[in-house]
Design a protein around this ligand. Sequence first.
Ligand code: MG
Length: 382
Amino acid sequence: METASKRSPETAALIVGAGAGQRFGHAKAFVSWRGEPLLYWAARPFARSEDVGAIVLVVRDEDRKAGEAVLARLGKPGGVVAGGATRSASVRAGLAALPASVERVLVHDAARPNVSEEMVARLLAEEGDCVLPALAVHDALHRQRGTQNEPVDRDGIVRVQTPQMLRREVLQRLHRGDPDAADDGGLALAAGFNVRYVAGEEGNIKVTMPQDLAWLDRITGDLRVGHGFDVHRLEEGRRLVVCGVDLPSRRGAVGHSDADAGAHALMDAILGAAGLQDIGYHFPPGDPRYAGADSISLLRQVAEMARGAGFAVTHADLTILLEEPKVGPHRQEMQARLAGALGLDARAVSVKATTAEGLGPIGVGEGIAAWAVATLRTVPGA
Ligand code: MG
């Protein structure tokens, strides 16, 4: 196998994500899923493939910086270029950025984040000007024709996905001018090139509508739920930091770090779900590195640890028990701070609060407690 891969022509991936994503309200390539943009997940199997030497990301001009950050995390040589007004213009821009030595190009849509490394290998194992992943059609097909629709014989009809492998010179020739091309394979067929098919993947869905992300969640990865709890004493003359927000308060929380009970409970919930011990194990209270530490940055590290173990945080729910001040006016800011550290949309983080109704030590203002539940999913390919 090793000698075969050394002899094989040089291959690059071209990930096209320059669409405006009108149905999402913003560029689909940068819609966050499992803590990373769709573009990252779409490109990752190519980054992991030993047969792919370079990755070129085609994004909107205003997304170039974000695209470069994605490429850096993928850890593969390549480039980030601005796409054009049409899909064909974007493909041409990507082609122009490929190293001269590249002979085969895998064109993939950034809106397909659940493609596998096996799919990439299947495409590269087949010879041809153009190799396409295809799937059978099992549903009945009808064509709408005014008032009288008609049945369509589905015999021989296949659904074609990306990634699509094309020889570089073929792809270049197909995109001369500005063909209206949703599909490079279709252009190759129309131009009479040798087109081959390999098995596609049902899970390799194209994220088109916001609800497709929920579908993607259902078909990918195991679900884990973790629980965390934390309590801190309150004393006069200290800061009261809760979920990354400084609350106006006469009394503040006592602790080695910034003593953010909300962030700490959430960190333990994440560590618990990922099977990674607890906060005291990773950030020992006596360690001078964590004196006065910003717990939001520790939370970010915990999310990274979970990622390293193959899990992405997808949701968090917290309850804060505090007599005063009121948490409600700061809730949105807290949710945004936590969500920012986890790479989540703020709607995926919930912060609730209650008082102890004057009962017990927390009821008389001597402490703060927090509970958190974190939902984690295994990341694709983990
Ligand atoms: Mg704590």
